[in-house]
Design a binder for this molecule. Structure first.
Ligand SMILES: CC(C)(COP(=O)(O)OP(=O)(O)OC[C@H]1O[C@@H](n2cnc3c(N)ncnc32)[C@H](O)[C@@H]1OP(=O)(O)O)[C@@H](O)C(=O)NCCC(=O)NCCS
Length: 155
């Protein structure tokens, strides 16, 4: 598996992921229309060229196929908010855990010291992924569980 920047040829995989009702069942902002998904894809490409980049959304490639997307958006200071989603036929194979672990590594390597995440309380799979990748549960509010992962450099 590898995390890599999105390429123009990934548009179909990206849009089908964002248009899938099952993928979006626990997210308020998904599924997207084709038009919205294409705009988000364009943004993912454009962000790569920004002198000051805010969003780092990557393709998760498994056996040369885009299996999903993971990424983070910079907040104030050195913290960021992250998210992850995968195509249905890749669920339940440990791919989420592996990809999010790589994402945390990438964010910390880029100088992020606090990575935030949240998931609907019913999204057991996503909550497990966060826990398995070292996120600490901060609490639960309005049907969402909130997490953060802190980069604490080893002495
Ligand atoms: C939720 C999601 C990210 C999980 O990814 P995944 O690759 O299937 O997860 P993994 O295979 O790495 O599994 C991680 C753990 O979660 C558990 N798990 C995964 N899906 C589960 C589900 N639907 N119900 C209960 N447990 C689940 C696994 O059993 C594993 O736990 P274990 O190691 O204790 O046995 C994936 O299903 C997905 O992309 N869903 C749609 C988008 C989404 O909801 N994104 C998160 C928004 S916050």
């Amino acid at each position: 598996m590898l995390l890599r920047e999105f390429l123009p040829g990934d548009q179909e995989a990206f849009c089908s992921l964002q248009q899938d009702q099952d993928v979006g069942q626990f997210m308020d902002w998904l599924p997207r229309t084709r038009e919205q998904a294409e705009a988000a894809f364009l943004d993912a490409l454009e962000q790569q060229l920004m002198p000051i980049r805010r969003r780092f959304f990557y393709a998760v490639e498994v056996d040369s196929i885009v299996a999903g997307s993971v990424g983070f958006t910079l907040l104030s200071g050195d913290s960021a908010d992250c998210g992850w989603f995968f195509r249905k036929n890749f669920w339940g194979k440990g791919i989420g855990t592996m990809a999010v672990a790589l994402l945390v590594e990438d964010a910390f390597a880029k100088g992020i010291s606090k990575l935030k995440a949240s998931a609907r309380s019913q999204n057991i799979g996503s909550i497990r992924v966060a826990e398995k990748c070292g996120f600490q549960r901060l609490g639960e509010k309005n049907g969402r569980v909130f997490f953060e992962a802190i980069n604490s450099p080893k002495m």
